[in-house]
Design a protein around this ligand. Structure first.
Ligand code: DGJ
Length: 716
């Protein structure tokens, strides 16, 4: 009998006619996210998916799952929020209070939903910022209370999203140093899958803070429903995917609460990092292009500006250089035709000269032996040659063999009563301490004061946080992972304000830091120390799912000399092109190829960096791969193709292009050929309709191992 009454009641509530006040709709061009207030006053996610065009239909949606589930009430699975109140009560029950909609800028609208607990003076505000044209939604949460003493935040997600589908396929991006962003797809079944980081500083060494989640079927480049999400937080993150007994899925994204209980004082707001997502019904390619457009327009530092090509000395010299060698490299940069020379690790330290990675970090004065005339001489020479000058720093770190360590052991994260553990022979400075923040800011500020012509910093971060303990935080040790990242952002904010034109590369021993919050301060990032072109095809494929080529630094190096210089350069031209190689180890013909490639790259740069990316053939599915970039006007396109290890007797099918105007006519021309070589592309020099190129395609692939092509497709 009781059961029947409950059933009847729930049937009635699901048909309750909702009014406009208790439905909250967040919309972009193609996505609808609809919430509604239940008759119990709680707030529910009724819908997330393809845009619902008839608003009247919102009122017919089923109630769905509670938007921001809390610990301690009736829910049996992972909560978004877990709070310990002053009286020891660990539960929170949130009810809808109000919401407001604020236009932020043209096409960008923020919806703020306010939820409160009737028993405890705690308020949770959930913010959704909808980028209408780009189909991206940003979500974050603010937590505020007025209890007498601090409340303890045990869990504090940025976002909780609910799905009820047949099947869930999760693609994660994981790996290690020199092996970043490997894509793997898993079918989610009952229970919990977490993708997270506990590394503190070099936070993404093993896992990147983004995912793709396909519904019902694994999505492809052009088909399928897929949610793509990423957290803007340069520290420990956690994505939780939990399938319940009814095959419903919740996705919880935010800071990893691991060892990070946060004591929130009365009246202070705890703001979570931003979670960004899109929901595409046209596969992963469309989702990537949405992220690329949005990021260039709204997120990345100088997102709409072009990028500098460069010559970096790291792999050409490692620590073994002096002034003369560098002066000659600056001349090489000039003759190569790149925009900048970038001086890497090894230029500093006197008491503990940085001639290897065992010492010197923290002592940011030029090594007098290697650079008797300081950076001054190099900056001047670069100016004389008409190239910009950039320099490597790693200001958050300290070597135990350094003057900084001798002077300020209290600034170092380490456990007072344990042996120190060194990752790459170094330790992490305690950025939760404002004095340390001043020092780190001072590294950049000091160099800029002395050498205002420095145009670029490569900011490295090679160690995770180990032996975690802060002399500064006292009894708030569980704040360290969070306050470290906040301290890091404080420093970056100061740099951005004082040096708004400075470009910076985000680097963390390769791709150990790759998130969209850091990219508000950095113009680009270093995806991996692995520059073997074959590996790079995979790594770049992985990162391109989320990031535009504009931020993916791709350098030509000596890794994998089995691959020709053309192959190596062609791979690097798919991103932000640079060289990290001793040009004198190349033959004249090879050097000429590089010079020609830089020239060609400059001509096509706007298409590669600002155009639409279409991934045509995945390196994960066979021995060949191909991608193309199409200008927004659809008048120009550049197609890259690579034969990695073709099979004997393999049938080579044409590759269908994408993104062109089907009614347009296009000329096809293979470019970037080695001197004296002629194109073997059967369609070279001919004219085709966009329709033909996208339906029949081009015979891009060959049966030659490590063969590459770049093909220009130009509208007539
Ligand atoms: C790690 C970076 O990823 C490399 O590119 C290089 O800058 C080294 N650090 C220098 O120590």
């Amino acid at each position: 009998m009781r059961l029947r009454i409950i059933l009847l009641l729930s049937l009635l509530t699901s048909f309750v006619r909702l009014s406009a006040e208790n439905v909250v709709s967040i919309a972009t061009k193609d996505i609808s996210l609809v919430y509604r207030v239940g008759t119990d006053g709680r707030f529910y996610q009724a819908y997330l998916g393809k845009r619902l065009t008839n608003e009247a239909d919102f009122f017919c949606l089923p109630q769905g799952a509670e938007c921001y589930l809390t610990h301690g009430m009736e829910d049996y699975y992972e909560p978004a929020l877990h709070v310990l109140h002053n009286d020891g009560n660990p539960s929170t029950l949130l009810k809808y209070v109000s919401h407001e909609v604020n236009p932020l800028e043209e096409g960008v609208t923020e919806t703020v939903i306010s939820l409160k607990d009737e028993q405890y003076p705690i308020e949770v505000k959930i913010h959704f910022v909808a980028y209408f044209e780009n189909d991206i939604i940003k979500e974050f949460t603010e937590i505020l209370h007025h209890e007498e003493h601090p409340i303890v935040l045990e869990k504090y997600a940025s976002s909780m999203l609910h799905f009820s589908k047949e099947k869930y396929y999760l693609t994660e991006f994981t790996g290690d140093w020199a092996h970043e962003a490997n894509m793997s797809e898993t079918l989610l079944t009952f229970g919990k899958k977490e993708v997270d980081s506990k590394l503190g500083a070099r936070a993404n060494m093993f896992a990147s803070p983004f995912f793709q989640l396909s519904f019902d079927f694994p999505s492809t480049e052009n088909t399928g429903e897929v949610l793509v999400g990423t957290l803007g937080w340069t520290g420990n993150f956690r994505f939780t995917f939990e399938v319940d007994h009814l095959n419903r899925l919740r996705v919880i994204s935010g800071i990893n609460p691991y060892a990070s209980q946060y004591l929130l004082p009365s009246g202070e707001v705890f703001r979570t990092p931003d979670f960004y997502f899109t929901y595409s019904t046209e596969g992963k390619g469309e989702a990537s292009r949405r992220f690329h457009d949005w990021a260039r327009l709204h997120q990345i530092k100088d997102g709409l500006d072009s990028r500098m090509t460069l010559l970096n000395n790291w792999e050409a010299t490692y620590f073994d250089f002096d002034e003369n060698k560098l002066l000659s490299l600056i001349k090489d940069a000039k003759s190569l035709g790149v925009d900048m020379f970038l001086l890497d690790d090894g230029w500093f330290g006197n008491k503990y000269p940085r001639q290897s990675d065992t010492q010197g970090l923290g002592d940011w004065q030029e090594n007098a032996k290697k650079l008797p005339n300081g950076l001054e001489r190099l900056v001047e020479e670069a100016k004389r040659q008409g190239v910009k000058f950039g320099v490597w720093i790693e200001p958050e770190m300290v070597s135990p063999k350094s003057e900084l360590y001798e002077k300020h052991k209290d600034w170092v994260i380490h456990l007072p009563n344990r042996d120190e553990y060194y990752f790459r022979n170094q330790l992490v400075l305690d950025l939760s301490n404002p004095e340390v923040q001043d020092y780190v800011f001072g590294v950049v500020d000091g160099l800029m004061a002395r050498y205002p012509n420095i145009a670029y910093f490569k900011w490295d971060c090679n160690s995770p946080i180990t032996n975690i303990y802060s002399m500064y935080l006292g009894d708030r040790q569980t704040h360290l992972y969070i306050d470290y990242v906040r301290g890091y952002y404080n420093v970056l904010d100061r740099i951005r304000v004082k040096y708004p034109d400075l470009s910076m590369m985000l680097c963390a021993g390769g791709g150990g830091r790759t998130d969209y919050e850091a990219l508000r301060y950095y113009t680009e990032f270093w995806p991996s120390d692995n520059t073997d072109p074959i590996e790079r095809l995979f790594i770049q494929w992985g990162y391109s799912q989320i990031f535009p080529s504009k931020v993916l630094c791709a350098h030509v190096t000596s890794w994998n000399k089995k691959a020709s210089i053309k192959f190596r350069t062609d791979v690097a031209m798919m991103g932000k092109l640079g060289f990290d190689i001793n040009l004198h180890e190349l033959s004249e013909e090879e050097r000429e190829y590089c010079v020609q490639a830089v020239r060609q790259y400059n001509e096509m740069k706007s298409v590669i960096l600002d155009g639409d990316l279409y991934r045509l053939v995945s390196p994960y599915t066979g021995p060949h791969t191909s991608s193309m970039y199409v200008s927004k006007s659809k008048k120009e396109a550049v197609v890259f193709s690579f034969d990695i290890h073709p099979r004997y007797g393999e049938r080579l099918l044409p590759v269908r292009l994408d993104g062109l105007d089907p009614n347009g006519l296009y000329e096809v021309e293979e470019i970037c050929l080695m001197k004296g070589a002629s194109s073997s592309l059967s369609e070279n020099g001919k004219v085709f309709s966009g329709n033909y190129l996208m339906t029949v395609g081009l015979h891009l692939f060959s049966s030659q191992e490590l063969f590459s092509r770049i093909v220009k497709v130009t509208a007539l």
